[in-house]
Design a protein around this ligand. Sequence first.
Ligand code: DX5
Ligand code: ZN
Length: 224
Amino acid sequence: MIEKKLAPSMLSADFGYLERDLRAVAEAGADYLHVDVMDGNFVPNISFGPPVIRVVRKIIPELTMDVHLMVEEPGRYIQDYAACGADILTVHAEATKHIHSTLQQIAAAGIRAGVAINPGTPVSDILPVLSMADQVLVMSVNPGYGGQSLIPETLEKVTELVQIRKRMGLSFAIEIDGGVKLSNLDKVLKAGTDVIVAGSAIFGGDIPKEMRAFREIMEAGSMV
Ligand code: DX5
Ligand code: ZN
């Protein structure tokens, strides 16, 4: 069984106190830091890029950096993000005509490769590349902004991926991203999710307290 991971999403941190917030999630036992890169083209919003990520890497060298690229033609940037310290680099299947070669490029850069699908994209679109993925990210909101509500139908794709993984004898982790809160965490875990991304639910409250509450539910879930 793949160990459950908690990945706070930096997008909802207070950028005026970024170092304080990053240290708080690291100290509270985050497994990954989820880092959302947005280009104002693949998604309407613009977030940050390599200069900021390099600083983040320095502040919390101990955390696995889970970089989620919401950019058009991500193949152009693989080297840049590998160089600034990404441990996992996830690209969207919808953002390139060449998802296979983009995943090959990530593997060649020596880091873990992830493939993401938007709420409107079926799992069948990524079947041919599943064997190349260390992680599959199921978007549970339309990408671009934190603080949205989880689209329940997306959880069916998680369950579908669990079955496909077993049938194909693969070992990719399944990550969910968007709208995860304490109130729906149990459902998200029961669908078969391995990596939980949570932005506003963690950075929007008292960080240590929210992290503890997430962990409690995750640990209870893994004992059943
Ligand atoms: C949305 C991003 C998410 C976002 C999640 O496009 O990919 O990672 O930060 O934020 P919450 O947990 O607030 O929905
Ligand atoms: Zn994300």
